[in-house]
Design a protein around this ligand. Structure first.
Ligand SMILES: [Zn+2]
Length: 386
């Protein structure tokens, strides 16, 4: 699972010339292109400097280093190490500095600003309220701090000329027993910026059907659901998420390829479950770099996103944990451009896919597609022709 030469090893370093020549899209064009993001964890996207400053403020002395540059490298190396223990340790540090309303609000505000500066026009950021109560905060206080931070970040981004809309997904930990409570919290804040519910955490041994009570309640409330399924664990997890839990989207869902066989001449045979996912246009929240780090894919070039796009599944591109993967939406798109020759047309396709799959109301989705995304790509395409 250790990755010695994968794309992640170039993070933070200048792009090597060879890679540059393979990339079809210039970085500044990719950054300016409107992008949409559906799968991004709040506790996986902190700025290294913010972690250091918040740690000093709250008296947290557990960081491996207080040098932001080394700290950034440490996060990426730990996530790259192939060791689950080291990978989980990274979240112990980010969560340690997100136990106060001030800390949470700042992280949420900066996440919105960072995404906007990267050209993201719409983002759904998820977090697990139950992981932010160690210093005594109540679950509603955690949610309100995040929503407040998003609103501040949206205002700052608009003032800087990069408007973005940021919405929240509330995550329940599949290994714990608070999913019903988190589901009720999701419904309670549905008019204040919370647009959906998610479950996350170790997949093996913790099937989504353990939380049927929460899913039944949410469906009864007409609330949107996404479920981390088919990342480390395969088809049974995806089947349960769809059949028993009624998810609208699959968090990762990358293992749906286990239900597809490709013949010697590239012809694909699609199994029943994969067909169902494709027929119903169930969105896949694919996270290429993250999947390479966790071993769900051997490299970006071998990532199933190439095949799934060719077969026209409802593919979306996501960052998962920007800090741990040293990534951004721009970087993910550049990696896909290098690996699969993606140009602006493919970027626009996954962006429209993401907006069609977003949990905001239909008219808002349509307005973003028609008024922001399509004109944005048209302008970039005509600039490229000149
Ligand atoms: Zn995730």
């Amino acid at each position: 699972m250790s990755i010695e030469t994968g794309p992640i090893s170039r993070v933070g370093a200048p792009r090597d010339p060879e890679a540059g020549s393979r990339s079809l899209l210039p970085e500044d064009v990719v950054r300016r292109a409107p992008k949409a993001l559906l799968h991004d964890h709040l506790d996986g996207g902190l700025r290294p400097e913010t972690i250091v400053e918040l740690a000093a403020e709250v008296g947290y002395s557990g960081l491996p280093t207080t040098d932001p540059l080394y700290l950034q490298r440490w996060f990426i190396d730990s996530a790259d190490s192939g060791s689950l223990v080291r990978y989980l340790e990274t979240f112990a540090h980010t969560l340690a500095v997100m136990q106060t309303t001030e800390g949470i609000r700042r992280v949420a505000r900066e996440a919105a600003e960072d995404l906007a500066a990267d050209g993201v026009v719409y983002a759904e950021i998820r977090f697990a309220p139950e992981l932010h109560v160690e210093a005594g905060l109540g679950l509603p206080e955690v949610v309100e701090a995040v929503l407040d931070g998003f609103r501040q970040g949206e205002a700052a981004a608009a003032a800087a000329g990069h408007p973005i809309r940021v919405r929240a997904l509330l995550t329940a930990m599949r290994t714990a027993a608070r999913s019903r409570e988190i589901a009720e919290l999701t419904v309670r804040y549905r008019d204040d910026g919370v647009v959906g519910f998610d479950i996350a955490g170790a997949e093996a041994g913790f099937p989504p059907s353990r939380h049927l009570d929460a899913f039944d309640y949410l469906r009864g409330e007409s609330m949107h659901i996404t479920i981390h399924a088919g990342e480390a664990f395969g088809l049974p997890s995806i089947r349960e998420a769809i059949a028993f839990c009624g998810c609208d989207r699959l968090g990762h869902g990358v293992r749906i390829v286990d239900d597809i066989t490709v013949g010697p001449h590239g012809e694909a045979t699609i199994g029943r479950l994969a067909s169902y996912v494709r027929d119903l246009r169930i969105p896949l929240e694919l996270c290429p770099s993250s999947n390479v780090q966790t071993g769900a894919a051997a490299s970006i070039a071998e990532h199933p996103i190439g095949l799934l796009s060719r077969l026209r599944f409802r593919v979306t591109v996501n960052t998962d944990n920007r800090l741990m993967s040293g990534t951004s939406m721009t970087r993910e798109m550049l990696l896909l451009s290098e690996a699969f020759g993606w140009g602006l047309a493919q970027m626009q396709w996954v962006t429209v896919n993401a907006l069609k799959s977003a949990f905001i109301p239909f008219d808002e989705r349509l307005a973003l597609i028609d008024d922001v995304v399509k004109p944005g790509y048209a302008a970039l395409a005509s600039a490229a022709e000149r």
